[in-house]
Design a protein around this ligand. Structure first.
Ligand SMILES: [Zn+2]
Length: 241
């Protein structure tokens, strides 16, 4: 009898454990946080996205794509390919227009809801992960952040800015500086969230960075594998400005 109830308890416990979503460190117990890299691409889908997807496939690496609503029309097949190849979808507004998007907490939330619906209609994926245009500082007021949270969105910023748009013609500098920052994060056990753009990071640069980082045993994760989203605010309801 006692044996039976112990077995029963253990089964319940195991079922409970398996239903708890795994955090990144649980998924990869051998890695410390500093070896974790989140590749993120903003502003797509566009004509440059497929070549980036080819590179990611070659290295068997998954990334997160923050989709811009106004870029979806005509690029539906590319959006579907991102999903089919196992990457994570995030939302990056409809307009990308500073004034329109940040006009009020409501306009910001509505844009995210719109792009969320568009993506859902095409792919069946309902993403709640967002990256706001130009990053959350300084545009996201406390009211904006509260409204986003109330709507169920999880906001992500970044901690490695490749500045790929600035170094579009001089990508060697971009590659070098990016790898240097990722290594620096590793030295103080901090995960790297790398910001890139479909239209500015070349496939050659992505390939170069992946070649070096995979050789150095970094592990690549997507935002949905993280326990907590990364954003510039220490706490969601942290200091307002
Ligand atoms: Zn953007």
């Amino acid at each position: 009898m006692l044996k039976k109830s112990i077995v029963c308890l253990v089964t319940v416990f195991l079922l409970f454990i398996s239903s708890v979503p795994a955090s990144a460190s649980e998924l990869h117990p051998r890695y410390n946080k500093g070896e974790m890299v989140y590749l993120t691409f903003d502003d797509g889908p566009n004509q440059y996205t497929p070549k980036l997807l080819d590179v990611l496939k070659r290295y068997n690496v998954k990334a997160t794509f923050f989709i811009l609503g106004k870029k979806i029309k005509g690029n539906e097949a590319i959006l579907q390919r991102i999903v089919d190849e196992g990457h994570t979808i995030g939302l990056h507004s409809m307009t990308h227009d500073k004034k329109t998007f940040y006009h009020s907490p409501k306009t910001a939330v509505n844009e995210m809801k719109q792009v969320q619906q568009l993506i859902f209609d095409i792919t069946g994926v309902k993403s709640t992960t967002i990256r706001v245009p130009y990053g959350s500082v300084p545009h996201m007021t406390k009211a904006h952040r509260q409204a986003m949270e109330k709507a169920g969105f999880r906001m992500w910023d970044w901690n490695v800015d490749t500045l790929d748009w600035k170094y579009k013609k001089d990508q060697n500098v971009m590659r070098y500086q990016t790898i240097k920052q990722v290594r620096a994060h590793r030295s103080y056990y901090q995960a790297s969230i790398i910001l890139m753009h479909d239209h500015s990071t070349s496939p050659e640069s992505l390939s170069y960075m992946l070649r070096h980082l995979t050789r150095e045993k970094f592990v690549f994760l997507t935002t949905d594998q993280a326990k907590e989203p990364y954003h510039f605010y220490k706490k969601w309801y942290g200091k307002s400005h």
